[in-house]
Structure formats: C-alpha cells, structure tokens
Design a protein around this ligand. Sequence first.
Ligand SMILES: [Mn+2]
Length: 308
Amino acid sequence: MFYVRDLDNEPNTYANVFSFMGLPLSRELSEDVDAVILGIPYDLATSGRSGARMGPTGIRQASAQLRWEEKRWPWTFHLADKLRCVDYGDICFTDGDSDEMLAVLKAEASKIFAANKTLLSFGGDHFLTLPLLRAAAEKHGQMALIHFDAHTDTEASEAKYNHGSMFYHAPKEGLIKPENSIQVGIRTEYDYDNHPFQVLDAAWVNEHSLGEVLSNIKQRVADMPVYLSFDIDCLDPAYAPGTGTPVSGGLSSDRALQIVRGLQDLNIVAADVMEVAPAYDHAEVTSLVAATLALELLHVIAAKRSSK
Ligand SMILES: [Mn+2]
C-alpha cells in the first residue's frame, strides 16, 4: 500500500517535499520494488560552471508540482499500477573525496542492479554516467547508449574525473557498443572523421520529423539493452538555463519529451538525468523539465509492463 497514492491524504504540493514525486524513501530492495531513484550530489568533474551537486534536490523539489495528476498526460495508465518505485535518497561521501564517491556509487549502483531493479539516477555532473555504466554492464553486459547532449563527451582524456570524456572511455572498457549507440542534440565540435557513434545533431533534430528521429534511434539501438543518458544541456538554454555548460540552439522541452515518450518499445535497463545546476536556474524551469523528463522515463519503462 506504500506504493499506491492515497489521494484523500495527499500533502499540499509545496509541502513535505522530501522525495521524487513523493515516493517512499527507502533503501530496501525488496522483490516488489521495480525501479529505484538515486541522487548523486557530485560536481567536481565539471569543466565549466559547477553547481550540479544541487541537481538531485532541485529535481525532487520541482517534482512536487507534478504530483497532482492521477494519470500523467498523455499516458493511459497509473504509473504505480505497472512500476513500483522507491527513492533511494542520495549517496553519501566525504566532501571533496572523489575516490570515495566513486567507490560508494559503484557499490550502491551494483547492489541495485544485482537486485534486478531498473535504476534512474539524478546528477550531479555527467562524469557520473561512467561509473553507472560500469555497474549496469556487470548486470546487463554491453549496452546501447542513447545519449541526449549538446556535447559528445568523447574527449580523449585520461583524467580520472572529467565530465567530457565518459564516452571515450565507455566503449574502450566494453561497457557500450558504439555501433548501436546514438547521440542526440549535439551542437559542439567533435572528431567528425573518427567518431564511432551516430550523431543526430541539434539542427538535424529540429529540422526533421519526430518519426524520422525515432526511427533513426530505434534502428541504431536494435534489440540491445539500453542505457539512456540525458544531459539537460541537450535542451536549448531558453528551456534549461540551469546547467554548467549551456549551448544555444538546442531542443525544446516539448521536442525532447516527445522523443523520450516515443522510446517505449525499447529495453531501457537504466537511465539518468544529469547536469541540472539549480543556482543558474530561473523560476525552476530547468529543474521542472528535468523532473518531467524523469517522470516520463518512468512511464516509458512502465509502458510495456503488465499491471500488478
Ligand atoms: Mn553536455
């Protein structure tokens, strides 16, 4: 009963804000839990403006505004009927100790995957996707990556903590298969002649139909298990100013939500929403779209499951 909303006793949307969507705060990975929300308040790998450590809190607070709908538009089912979710809270580590953070994150994420849960993580800076991929690959093997971002994050850097080189390392470590991976919304330079990922750049996505975007993603991914990583700077700064390395000319919130909503036949085993930095936000617009994308992702994951 903990997972079913009691609409007669719902708190005010602006009060008692502790967890994503008011989900139970729990670290018990019992059998009836399907999906786990995990916050990672770390931003020491940023190259631009820091502040993404406040992302999980910002997303949770903004999610309060999404709690009143019984069935989220335009879905036709109650999320809790198909997917039982808990909010695991944020990982804890000693301030400034990146090695400890990495060890704690890896251990917690591995535990969650080993218990057969789908993991939805909130950053934090985008570097965190690399340890999350390592944990996911232990369970699911090599995956296809669907990566929404203004940047390819494929810089050939050997620095241990860098939020611009995760997808240089991830294929080398065998975590993802670039031939089945795709990057959406890119609008910064990369090595055009030597880049193993398919790129649907922002201008292309903004010029082509939703159907064309989706068919490119689905053809590329085929039937592989999918890790979906959403850097909020995929969106134009008009829609997501609250981030560390904004780039003009991105996707609108509506476009991104429609693309994500169209991915429901895929086998998404884990996802993340990264780089929300509330200090640069205005009227919680970035936190709100991040929370909405996260909620939409849960519906996408739930859609092909049967009711409980
Ligand atoms: Mn980015």
